[in-house]
Design a protein around this ligand. Structure first.
Ligand code: CA
Length: 86
């Protein structure tokens, strides 16, 4: 039984469907780099990556804003009355 050699790309590389490894920075740069590909897979699914990054950034910002608002409300409700009484 013949054995298939699995091509393993480095962690900073993108693996094309034909097994070719290209530098990761060439993926999603708007230029097809996978040679034997009709659908230039190094340029597909890029929108999904962008959307995921945007969603993560939005979630982080929203959480940060909520934390700041909660801290400010706690200061206003708990700390200021104590300072005013003293
Ligand atoms: Ca590319």
């Amino acid at each position: 039984m013949p054995t298939r050699t699995e091509i393993i790309c480095d962690i900073d590389q993108f693996k094309c469907n034909d097994g070719t490894c290209i530098p990761g920075k060439l993926a999603c740069d708007g230029v097809p780099h996978c040679k034997n590909s009709s659908d230039s897979e190094d340029e597909s699914n890029c929108l999904v990556i962008v959307v995921v990054v945007v969603v993560v950034v939005v979630v982080v910002v929203v959480v940060a804003v909520v934390v700041v608002v909660v801290v400010e409300v706690v200061v206003i409700v708990k700390v200021i009355p104590v300072l005013v009484q003293n």
